[in-house]
Design a protein around this ligand. Structure first.
Ligand code: ZN
Length: 71
């Protein structure tokens, strides 16, 4: 049984939360500039350049499709 995570899990989760916050803030900034996000806001996957150039978008194709089906 590994003890590598003992006591460290909270710190790691906290750090990941901060990274997500920064990532989201950066993504929002990009959208406000009228440019497509480089990464999907939903899953964080990189959005292909061709798609970003075609239309301003915040989501990758699969998430976009999923979100549109929910409407
Ligand atoms: Zn996605």
């Amino acid at each position: 049984m590994s003890t590598a995570w003992a006591g460290g899990t909270d710190a790691i989760v906290e750090r990941m939360d901060k990274m997500t916050e920064l990532f989201v803030a950066e993504a929002r900034k990009t959208i406000y500039n009228g440019v497509s996000a480089t990464h999907c806001e939903e899953c964080g996957e990189p959005i292909p350049e061709a798609r970003r150039k075609a239309i301003p978008c915040q989501y990758c194709l699969s998430c976009q499709t999923k979100l549109e089906k929910q409407r």
